[in-house]
Design a protein around this ligand. Structure first.
Ligand code: DAH
Length: 348
């Protein structure tokens, strides 16, 4: 048997087979047929016994060398098939980066969140901490420690959702004042704002909502004065309504402050001259404030002969309505995207 010519013949056949193969799976079959255990090439080894001893090594080497060559041929075909497959895949998955991007709607923060966070930024810049408290509150913290004992007539100002005799949905963010003073133990100065949701047993209409948001402010220290309060509220008014705004304080009543004020800002529509928005008064009421009542300081463990404080509470919906000319508080809670999407980008 002429082993060389058999190998040559096999090599030719392998070459032909490889040319027509273009799938990896089919290539595996070719590999099995030409170098596998049952291949003709492997079969040649069985002739070893017929070979004279001195030729045996050369015979074996010839077959092994052929096997190696065949394997290399198969391997390089494999690489070629893979490269072709990758090229085809890349071609199919080509992305046209010049195509216009699909339009998608970008969401934005709720207008109430934007106002709240903007106030937080302002006050953090003035050295305040942001404090939060629970929405389910005790009667004691929501009322009693704020100088509103049970049966106090001023409780009528805030119709409440009671959960039990002693717990309710907080009617204002003022209990966070008490919580913080108690936490500080009557020894440290306090400088906080407290944003949050509050609840009142009101019938919903254009200006009333049973749920709304407030931001409370409290400063307690040994030299806190009414002029500090005025300056702070002026900064708040100008931050939200423009640098030209002025404010005025009108005497009012809150059980937790003495003296108490209603605070007005000059109308941005007419700059104080009088127009329909401000009902010809030139001013618009924006919040309630005052000097912390001695009873409130004492109930929270602060010595009222040493410490004074000021406080204020502002409704976030009211601020937003004034700032943007929104005429119905219910818009904030109906989540109509046509309404919400108007408030995007920088707060201005
Ligand atoms: N808690 C009051 C309310 O909900 C608002 C308020 C008024 C808060 C005066 C204060 C304040 O801290 O000093 O109507």
């Amino acid at each position: 048997m002429d082993i060389q010519s058999t190998i040559k013949k096999l090599e030719r056949e392998l070459n032909e087979a490889l040319v027509s193969v273009d799938k990896i799976e089919a290539l595996q079959d070719v590999k099995a047929a030409f170098v596998g255990k049952k291949s003709e090439l492997s079969g040649l080894m069985r002739h070893m016994k017929d070979i004279p001893n001195e030729e045996k090594p050369a015979f074996g080497q010839t077959i092994n060398a052929a096997k190696q060559r065949f394997n290399t041929m198969i391997e390089s075909r494999k690489k070629a098939i893979q490269a072709k497959r990758l090229a085809r895949k890349l071609e199919q998955e080509k992305i046209d980066v010049t195509l216009p991007a699909p339009d998608f709607t970008r969401g934005a923060q709720h207008v109430l969140t934007r106002i709240t966070e903007s106030l937080e930024d302002l006050f953090i810049g003035m050295g305040y901490l942001v404090k939060e408290g629970p929405e389910i509150e005790t009667d004691e913290l929501n009322f009693e420690k704020l100088n509103l004992p049970k049966d106090h007539p001023a409780r009528d100002m805030q119709d409440s959702f009671y959960i039990s005799d002693e717990t309710l949905l907080r009617t204002h963010t003022s209990p966070v004042q008490v919580r913080t003073m108690l936490e500080y133990g009557g020894t440290k100065p306090v400088k906080i704002i407290c944003p949050g949701t509050v609840y009142r047993r009101d019938d919903d209409d254009a200006t009333h909502s049973h749920q709304f948001m407030q931001v409370e402010g409290l400063v307690v220290d040994k030299d806190t004065t009414l002029s500090d309060l005025k300056g702070t509220l002026l900064a708040l008014a100008r931050h939200l309504f423009g640098e030209d705004r002025k404010i005025r304080l009108r005497p009012s009543y809150f059980p937790f402050t003495e003296p108490s004020f209603e605070v007005d800002v000059t109308c941005a529509g007419c700059d104080g001259a009088g127009c329909a928005t401000c009902k010809q008064t030139g001013y618009i009421e924006i919040l309630g404030a005052g000097m912390v009542h001695n009873n409130v300081l004492e109930a929270a463990g602060y010595d009222s002969t040493q410490y004074q404080g000021f406080a204020f509470g502002v409704g976030v919906e009211r601020l937003a309505m004034l700032k943007y000319g929104i005429d119905d508080i219910r818009h904030f809670y109906t989540n109509d995207v046509r309404f919400l999407s108007q408030f995007k980008g920088e707060l201005s």
